[in-house]
Design a protein around this ligand. Structure first.
Ligand code: DHE
Length: 509
């Protein structure tokens, strides 16, 4: 069981030293790493060095980073001074969990708020359509690019925190984008002025963020600590922290319900937090709307919660357009459940094995029915589910398990990547009318091709070549021919402002 200690306390530093790590590792860490990554390993100028934060980095790669440094960052090369044995000792240390559960409370969050920009413009400082910009996450050197969705020129490129994850979120007018890192940092960037506005560290290990549809609140889902943090989306001040007693898997915005839906990793519950001024029945008392009142432990009715019990914890969710139903994947990957948020109960089983990646699902009309299409993380297939009776109507065989899927109301095609296996350089184009693969693109043979996003009008599809010397490839979405290749450093996700703020049916929400 974790003990709770403040990360900046002397007791915490001693607890780290006493956590069973051999003295050499501690000494090496304190001498070489602590000044940037924190004596507690929770991060500082550099990222946190905890197993939870490093889950996407193989230990061999971590050793390589310590040996050679990271280009375009402050991380120096230690190969000449430390030698292989000491580097391995450090790698072993940073993949060890902390013995003490660090806290990151209201005071830590407030103290971390950092204003970054000044002299913000009253209107966009460029000619491009501000609602057709793309926010492009480049994971190779932890940067973000802003692309003009008409000309595909890069308007800006700026450093992000280490390991951004999850989709960029946008203020309702599309002016600001919110970017979350796995280390708990959330940065707000002004797309009109092309400069960062401010940042806050809302957790130690964060899953994702969601913004309320009215732009007032930002919700941050954390694994460490076990909580959900609600920030004022403008000031970034915390307005309520929910102690969840569980890792929070993810938080989603359910605009039509004026709610955040919160998924728990360790308990079979879905939480719904209502942020309207007049919460519907079932949410408890009246809402006290005052940001000035600060932390709201003293105001139990503020942002009231109601809980939907589940038969088991669910991972990975997809919402129908009404936000009344949520589809979730079972932990064993052998199916899923449909949950009705109004009656607060599971109402159907999902007949789909092979770990469907529901979070990447899309909806469209097919032969008069609303259907949902989802790739699978463990099966070479796309499942098509009829959303009126939750039955599987077709399984499309693919070149391998996939991660992301995209479409747009203005195109007859849905695009699905093959993310795993020997065919990971393929992207399938599926005709939404026939549910058949009509073309398989291989934009860079041998290199992973993944994550598609459309321009606001659906005319072009942008696809990532997921390599450090990668690119964003722009396709004409009708002729399926390449029109442009923009060099990028391991481009991961890309997010079109207009599609996101209009909840376009073919993109993630
Ligand atoms: Fe993600 C979105 C969870 C691994 C890249 N991923 C999400 C979301 C969740 C999630 C809950 C929705 C967040 C949102 O947009 O608000 N991801 C998980 C996992 O549980 C998993 C499987 C394991 C983990 O390490 O957390 C996982 N994800 C990955 C990766 O390995 C990916 C490919 C590379 C990376 O950067 O870590 C990855 N996830 C992404 C991307 C999105 C995402 C690019 C946004 C997709 C979008 O288009 O909206």
């Amino acid at each position: 069981m974790w003990r709770m200690l403040r990360p900046d306390s002397v007791a915490f530093a001693f607890a780290l030293l006493a956590s069973g790590q051999p003295a050499l590792a501690e000494a090496l860490y304190l001498e070489n790493c602590a000044s940037c990554h924190g004596s507690d390993r929770l991060g500082g100028m550099g990222p946190a060095l905890l197993p939870e934060s490093l889950s996407r980095l193989r230990p061999e790669k971590a050793a390589e980073v310590i040996r050679n440094g990271r280009p375009a960052t402050q991380m120096p090369a230690f190969g000449d001074t430390l030698g292989d044995a000491n580097i391995q000792t450090l790698v072993d240390l940073i993949y060890q969990p902390l013995e003490v559960m660090p806290t990151w409370d209201e005071t830590s969050i407030r103290a971390s708020i950092n204003p970054l920009g000044k002299n913000f413009a009253d209107q966009p400082v460029f000619d491009a359509d501000p609602l057709n910009l793309f926010v492009l996450v480049e994971a190779g050197d932890h940067h973000v690019s802003i692309l003009d969705g008409d000309t595909f020129e890069r308007l800006a490129r700026f450093p992000s925190h280490y390991a951004l994850h999850g989709g960029a979120k946008f203020s309702p007018d599309g002016r600001y984008t919110y970017l979350a890192s796995r280390d708990g940092w959330v940065m707000v960037y002004d797309l009109w002025s092309l400069q960062p506005v401010a940042e806050v560290r809302a957790g130690i290990n964060t899953r994702n963020i969601a913004i309320s549809h009215d732009g007032r609140y930002l919700a941050v889902a954390n694994y460490l600590p076990h909580n959900l943090v609600i920030l004022d989306a403008t000031s970034l001040q915390p307005v309520r922290i929910f102690d969840t007693q569980s890792r929070v898997s993810a938080v989603y915005q359910a605009a039509l319900r004026s709610s955040f839906i919160v998924a728990m990793k360790d308990i079979p519950e879905l939480w719904e937090i209502n942020y309207s001024d007049t919460p519907p029945p079932g949410f408890g008392g009246a809402f006290v709307h005052s940001h000035e009142k600060g932390m709201v432990e003293a105001l139990p009715e503020y942002l009231p919660v109601r809980v939907t019990p589940l038969s088991e914890p669910l991972d990975d969710f997809f919402f129908d357009q009404s936000y009344r139903h949520v589809m979730g994947t079972s932990r064993d990957g052998q199916g899923g459940k449909v949950v009705n948020l109004d009656v607060r109960a599971e109402i159907a089983d999902l007949p789909i094995a092979g770990m469907p990646h529901l979070g990447s699902g899309i909806t469209f009309d097919h032969e008069g029915h609303r259907v949902m299409a989802s790739p699978h993380l463990k099966e070479a297939a796309i499942s098509i589910i009829d959303m009126s009776d939750w039955k599987l109507i077709k399984k499309i065989e693919t070149g391998g398990p996939g991660f992301f899927m995209r479409s747009h109301a203005n195109t007859p095609y849905a695009w699905a990547d093959v993310f795993f296996g020997p065919n990971r350089d393929q992207v399938h184009v599926i005709d939404k009318r026939t549910l058949e693969i009509v073309k398989t693109l291989v934009p860079a043979p041998g290199k992973t091709a993944a994550h598609v996003e459309f321009t606001r009008d659906g005319r072009y599809a942008l696809l990532s070549i997921w390599e450090e010397d990668g690119a964003v490839v722009v396709y004409d979405a009708e002729s399926l021919t390449e029109v442009r290749r923009i060099p990028a450093n391991k481009p991961v996700g890309k997010y079109n402002v207009g599609n996101k703020i209009s909840n376009e049916e073919g993109t993630s929400h």
